[in-house]
Design a protein around this ligand. Sequence first.
Ligand code: HEC
Ligand code: HEC
Length: 601
Amino acid sequence: MFKRIQIIFSMILFSSLFSCDNHRWSEIKDKAFSNQVRSDFKDRLPILPKPNYNEALGRVPSANELELGRMLFNDPVLSRNNDISCATCHLTNHGFADGNALNVGAMGKGGPHGGNVGSTFAKGVLSTDRTIGDDSLGYYAESFMFRNSLSTVNTIYRIDKTKNVGLFWDGRFGDLGFQTLLPIHTKEELCGANPIALDSEGNNPFRKGGPIFKEPVKIYHTNSADAYTGRDTGKFNGQPVIIDHIPYKRPNNTISIPTRNECLAITLAKLNRIKWYRDKFKDVYKIDVIGDRHLSAALMSFISTHIADETPYDSWLKGEESLTRSQLIGMVSFFTPLGKEYQYKDLVIKGAGCFNCHDGGTFGGTQFHSLGIRSDYRSPLSRATVIQDSRTGFFNRPRLQRGLAPECHVSNVTVSSNGLAPDIGKANQSSDTEDCFKMRVPPLRNVIETFPYFHHGTERAKGHKFDHLEDQAIASLKNVIHYHLRGPINITQKNRGNVLKPYFDDLLQLDPLIPFYRLNFWGPGMRGDMKTMSYFPVNLSEENLNGLVDFVAYGLWDKEAVVEGDLGNDLSHPEEVPSGLSPSITRDEGNQLEIAPFLNH
Ligand code: HEC
Ligand code: HEC
């Protein structure tokens, strides 16, 4: 009795001392239970191996190369309008994602800026309010991003160059070198869709020999844009091209909007005008002219050191008592199959079968499944008429031209009356109808930092008010897990065959436009048969469910992953960047122009 009072007392003391630190569940450790779990599960628990830099990059990056990568990652000079950097959407205080459901690229409004990009989750000003609209400088971002930003943490483990799959929500790329240049090419990210503006003297800033194109630029990662209209043809990785200017007008008399190649060329031309970058690139790669292959190498090296491998779970594997009793309950449930139970004394833990899909050391594995998650209809991928070209990965082909792309959207069934339809996911990449609506199984290490959840960031514990982002992330994770455990729901049946009848989903995630037969809530080796179906919904006790949330949120959280890189390198957002531009990552700061100040003379 006395002991119990003491525990309660010390817990009150504990929570009042750390009232801003959010410990939602008991911190109680149970050594006997921990030992039993260790001996019962030891052969089944995945570890994360150290990254193999030689295999992924062909070298172990030097400190110099990593510092160069860090500057490039944070420097808005990479964007055509000098307004945003990679860090706009990959921020340390959001686990290298950004906190928005769908972010906005060049010319977007809002977001954090240089001075307040904290390095600790949920500290500093949040960047969850970036949006489209007029930024009062005469610029206008029209489009949201395709999907919820992915974290760069543990990306190195997803690279599969031989098959060229694994990256992104739909796995459409496997080559990180190529991937790092894509945002520079893409109008929704760093490129922008604004027509060229003349400078104060009425000159085209991108003229031959002008302030930006002092020298011609050669690029290798090319897109065969239509020379006449400047329009994207969808074909990528064509022949190398040399760009020495961008015409103010296209032959059809419209003012130019730079093409993908031209955007990459603008970035390279600007980098070559900055002494710090010229010197650093020369130092690292022994080159005189900065090219796209070296730009991608530096960015890729930097990203590759974003590693989360020192979580309480990892320490526990090494024999430390770093997991609480609640987290251990969650871990056991995570690794126990559906329909099975684990018993310890009078504690019965029900299997949630999570490891069937979230497998391997990253807790993300390599599988793709459809949980029927709805789309955010602000995403360009939610328009049935816009579909990604399976060979190139670009989202620009009208439905009629899409050739090999599969018919995931059957009219009247998966397209709503206003022409909107769910994002088809992996079918984009594979052109296989079996893959319709499948998304990658997201890695769960540090997932608490990458709130909001699901491929369009649609799960964000809507309808509740929270003072701390961490509380919101926890509530949202609980919803995510609850959604998984509820299992597949046949809406058509519920609506008595009327597919257009509105269906109210209490977790607000299930997309009524995704047919029941496209759902797969089971991992490999489990079919959607009656037996598997009978496991759902999985009803867990409060202790069991909270344990799962606790394990996923805190047991798999490596807080240092956004502070120090795997090779001891600094990951923080620098206060100054070599271009001299403000590392501010919002136009609202007002100093971001197409012609950066440093290029004016
Ligand atoms: C406007 C927001 C935005 C900007 C700017 C941006 N990204 Fe991303 N990034 C995203 C989104 C969204 C995804 C996921 C896209 C998808 O799955 O279709 C992503 C995915 C990634 C991934 C893949 C991670 C994985 O595990 O598959 C990497 C790597 C990455 N970005 C690096 C970069 C780099 C390097 C830059 C700067 C050159 C950059 N990003 C700029 C939004 C952005
Ligand atoms: C059938 C395979 C499968 C199983 C089993 C499974 N998941 Fe998932 N999980 C997914 C897929 C696929 C997504 C992404 C869905 C989307 O965004 O469309 C996901 C998303 C998540 C997310 C959101 C991550 C993010 O970054 O948005 C969390 C958290 C999660 N799962 C935890 C769990 C837990 C805990 C369990 C066990 C109760 C579990 N999952 C079981 C396939 C699975």
